[in-house]
Write a new protein. Structure first.
Length: 656
């Protein structure tokens, strides 16, 4: 790691305009540096001030940080608050009639919800949950379309102290089943169907299939939002319609005052083993992180119309849809559909119609939209935009330039944000009124975030050299543990051989240039980043290996112009090596199998067959060789330790 050097030489610099900086929350590098210096000089005092100024406390905290049980840090631990109160009730006296959510359905229907209305709906649904005996500390799975109701469900759980775990609506029954079981969930909140791109996808049927699988005995209730009204299976002993649950129920619900460290949610993310990781976040520290990043990175202003395109099934949809914007009292857009339906101008039309000022999306979407219509944004009035954002993976410089010129009309800063499910909010990203931008760089850490790049021994590396990206000091929004697996949490994120178990290990490699700017280079473990979604190679390999035809499989990623990375699978079949039509048929079958087992996002772009895999004599699969093969590059690495070097020629053949 310590000898990796970047091959990217990006020299273009885009300083913030005087006009933007003059109104920004952090208007200059001096203002940014002042906050960083405050955090450096008095770390606990810095975060104490932020927590007191941003959060509404029911019982004030007296201890800022408890480090007595490393790495299980506790922030503001003796304080009490409620997250729903901080997102909704706090605004009722000052702006009850401000639009909280502008919702646009797949078919173009528009619904506006004020803070008063959203508060009423959350309280009513929270009372409905309580009527089902769902209480503080219970876990509730949310498997919903991207609609206002998904946010209502999340906020209602927070209001009563229930722990929610949102599962992306594109995941299969098997993936949902695994998450239900690991969380020990008592209820599932879902819909009859979801509608995306003019197509109906069955959610309730998937929930039924998941619950019928062995070992899902914890579910007592399934609450169904009626999205399409099409026929579904209905179990009267367990199922209840959302509208029936809240019928004639009170819209007053006193919030449950919880400890600052009470779990707000768990969110499952792929790891380098087959079992998904239940990332557990606290309440106060997590919400504080979303709020300060809304101020510093999104430069939130009261007149903004904020649009984060992420689904609530991912951390971005938690932090910058369900929580951060509402805690700030913002108006935000929520969109049910996809960027290409009914045509490739859908995103641009939404920005135009709703006068969006801040637009936050993934490089995958940006690359797709470039391909579908590089000049299409010019056909729409995007003059309302003042800030653009990028999330999910590093954005390549040329896509950055297109985004800047065509969408932002060369006047909107781009905040390229590096963070993770585990960090809860932005860690490294430019304060847009202060930091000169370099296309492809996430620039500098937020004030109070002590990011660094180290070698295998935990020693800082010099600028220009690659290494492990770490955060050296605990921060309020960080992961607290892995649900039910504290040992895995310690081993994964706070390894003893790097920083003596005190550094948060991100799992990404990075380097800093001569100006100190951070550049993310990629994952250091076996996790792929497909369309901004983290997928464990072991999870996909396990799914392939479960197919009756497959003896063994290895999965790697290769660069993809749209997705960032695509999945390439190397498969050893139990039978003879296939060819021709038979090989194509097996490829199609294995792709369908992976979709069924995990979901469409994990479907291999390529499948290659071999009589075996390239292994060392000790039996270890040489993944670096597979990555070279997947990229169709010449093998220059040492293959002297291979047991079967001849297999490499066989695995060069791709069947798409």
């Amino acid at each position: 790691m310590s000898t990796i050097e970047s091959v990217l030489n990006e020299t273009r610099i885009f300083p913030p305009s005087t006009e933007f900086s003059s109104h920004a929350n952090l208007p200059s590098m001096d203002a940014y540096q002042t906050l960083c210096t405050q955090a450096q000089d008095d770390y606990l005092g810095f975060w104490k001030k932020q927590a007191e100024e941003n959060l509404v406390w029911h019982k004030p905290f007296t201890q800022v940080l408890d480090e007595s049980n490393l790495p299980f840090f506790k922030w503001f631990d003796d304080g009490e608050l409620n997250i729903s109160f901080n997102c909704l009730d706090r605004h009722l006296d000052t702006q009850p009639d401000k639009i909280a959510i502008i919702f646009e359905a797949d078919d173009g229907q528009i619904i506006h919800s004020t803070y008063r209305d959203l508060h009423r709906r959350v309280c009513q649904f929270a009372n409905g949950l309580k009527s089902l005996n769902i209480k503080k500390g219970d876990c509730v799975i949310i498997y919903m379309p991207m609609r206002i109701e998904a946010v209502v469900a999340m906020q209602a759980c927070a209001r009563i102290g229930a722990i929610h775990s949102v599962v992306f609506g594109g995941f299969s029954a098997k993936s949902l089943h695994e998450r239900i079981n690991d969380a020990g969930a008592v209820a599932v909140i879902t819909a009859d169907e979801q509608v995306r791109g003019g197509k109906n996808n069955h959610l309730k049927a998937t929930v039924d299939e998941a619950i019928l699988m062995e070992g899902t005995g914890s579910i007592k209730s399934v609450i169904i939002y009626q999205r399409t009204g099409n026929d579904i299976a209905f179990n009267a002993a367990r199922d209840i319609w959302w509208h029936e649950l809240v019928k004639d129920i009170s819209t007053d619900c006193e919030p449950e005052w919880i400890n600052a460290e009470h779990p707000l949610f768990t969110l499952y993310t792929s790891g380098s083993t087959g079992k998904p990781k239940g990332v557990q976040h606290s309440s106060a520290g997590y919400l504080l992180g979303t709020m300060v990043s809304m101020k510093w990175i999104f430069d939130y202003q009261p007149n903004d119309v904020f649009w984060c395109t992420a689904d609530v099934g991912w951390i971005t949809g938690h932090s910058y849809v369900a929580y951060g914007p509402l805690a700030m009292g913002a108006t935000q857009v929520i969109f049910e559909g996809i960027p290409t339906y009914p045509d490739a101008g859908r995103f641009w039309k939404i920005i135009q119609d709703h006068k969006v000022t801040t637009f936050y999306t993934a490089p995958t979407a940006i690359r797709s939209l470039i391909k579908l219509g590089p000049n299409l944004p010019e056909q729409y009035d995007l003059s309302s935009l003042r800030l653009l954002g990028s999330v999910g993976e590093p954005i390549n410089p040329e896509a950055w330039i297109w985004y800047y010129k065509k969408v932002g009309q060369s006047r909107c800063p781009i905040v390229d944000t590096w963070w993770q499910t585990e960090t809860g909010c932005h860690m490294i990203a430019p304060a847009p009124g202060a930091v000169p931008l370099k296309p492809g760089s996430c620039t500098f850490p937020l004030p109070g975030i002590f990011a660094a790049i180290v070698d295998e021994a935990g020693q800082d590396v010099e600028n220009g050299k690659g290494g492990f990206l770490v955060i050296k000091r605990p921060f309020p929004s960080q992961i607290r543990t892995l649900w039910g697996d504290p040992e895995r949490f310690k081993k994964t994120y706070f390894p003893k051989d790097i920083g003596q178990g005190k550094y948060y290990l991100a799992g990404d490699s990075a380097y800093r240039d001569k100006d100190g700017y951070f550049w993310i280079m990629g994952r250091v473990d076996d996790v792929l980043n497909v369309s901004g979604h983290r997928l464990g190679t072991m999870e996909i390999e396990s799914a392939l290996a479960a197919n009756p035809l497959v003896a063994e499989a290895a999965v790697v990623g290769k660069p993809h112009e749209i997705k960032g990375e695509s999945v390439v699978a190397f498969v050893v079949l139990k039978g003879a090596l296939p060819s021709g039509k038979e090989a194509i048929q097996i490829v199609d079958e294995l792709r369908r199998w992976v979709v069924k087992e995990i979901g469409p996002i994990a479907k291999p772009e390529e499948i290659r067959f071999g009589e075996n895999l390239p292994k060392t004599r000790s039996g270890k699969t040489m993944r670096r060789l597979l990555r070279t093969l997947a990229r169709n590059e010449e093998i220059t690495q040492d293959i002297s330790t291979l047991e079967n070097p001849a297999i490499l020629e066989q695995l060069k053949q791709a069947i798409k």
